[in-house]
Design a protein around this ligand. Structure first.
Ligand code: DX5
Length: 210
C-alpha cells in the first residue's frame, strides 16, 4: 500500500503561506487543521484562508470543531479531496451517517478522527461507511507535541480488520515515529514540524517515506 505524506500547514510560516506550500509540492496531500477554539483550545483558520492558496495538491481538511456539519458547504465549494471530523464531536450514529453522506455529496472522501483516549470501538457504527480513519497520536490543538506510542495499538487493530481502509496518523510524526506508524499499518502520515521546521522540505518528506 503506497504511503502518503501529508504536510500539515499549521506548523508552516503562516506569514509566507504560499511559499511554504510551494516548498512541499512533492507531498501527496496537504492538510489544513481547522480549529474552532472550542472543540480544541486553539483557534487556527478556515475556508477564507484556504481560498487564498494556490496548489495542485489534494486538500485534506481536518475539522477540529464542535459543529462539523456547519462547515461542509464552504469546503465543498473549494473542491477539497477529504474532510475529516472528530468522533468525539458527533457522538450519535444518525448524525454521523448524515455527515458522512453530506461529505460524499460534496464529492469528498469522509474521514473520522479518534483522539488518543478514544477507543476504536467508538466508531464501530460507521467504520464501514468511512473512507479514512485518522488516529491522533497527540492531543489535538497544537503542533510540535510528543508522539503517544500507545495509539499504535489502534492502528494495528483497524488494519487487521480493514486491510484496505486508509489509516492516517497525525501528531509527533518524524522519521523515527514514521517507521513505527508504517509497521503498525498506517498508510498516510501527517507531519507538521518534522517538515516545516526544517530547511529542506523535500528531504524531510523523503526521510518520512523511507
Ligand atoms: C494537531 C494537528 C496536527 C499537528 C501536527 O492538533 O492536528 O496536524 O499540526 O504537527 P506535528 O507534526 O508537529 O505534531
Amino acid at each position: 500500500m503506497k504511503m502518503l505524506i501529508t504536510p500539515s500547514i499549521l506548523s508552516a510560516d503562516l506569514s509566507h503561506l504560499q511559499n511554504e506550500i510551494d516548498s512541499v509540492a512533492s507531498a501527496d496531500w496537504l492538510q489544513v487543521d481547522v480549529m474552532d477554539g472550542h472543540f480544541v483550545p486553539n483557534l487556527s483558520f478556515g475556508a477564507p484562508v484556504l481560498k487564498t492558496i494556490k496548489t495542485t495538491l489534494p486538500l485534506d481538511v481536518h475539522l477540529m470543531v464542535s459543529n462539523p456539519a456547519d462547515r461542509i458547504a464552504e469546503f465543498a465549494a473549494l473542491g477539497v479531496k477529504n474532510i475529516t471530523f472528530h468522533a468525539e464531536a458527533v457522538p450519535e450514529t444518525k448524525a454521523r451517517k448524515a455527515l458522512i453522506q453530506a461529505i460524499h455529496a460534496a464529492k469528498a472522501t469522509a474521514g473520522i478522527a479518534l483522539n488518543p483516549e478514544t477507543p476504536v470501538s467508538a466508531i464501530d457504527d460507521v467504520i464501514a461507511d468511512i473512507d479514512l480513519v485518522l488516529i491522533m497520536s497527540v492531543h489535538p490543538g497544537f503542533g510540535g507535541q510528543k508522539f503517544i506510542p500507545s495509539v499504535l495499538d489502534k492502528v494495528r487493530a483497524i488494519r487487521k480488520k480493514f486491510p484496505n481502509l486508509m489509516i492516517q496518523i497525525d501528531g509527533g510524526i518524524d522519521p523515527k515515529t514514521a517507521v513505527l506508524a508504517r509497521e503498525a499499518g498506517a498508510n498516510n502520515l501527517v507531519a507538521g514540524s518534522a517538515i516545516f521546521k526544517t530547511l529542506d522540505r523535500s528531504a524531510a518528506m523523503k526521510a518520512l517515506r523511507s
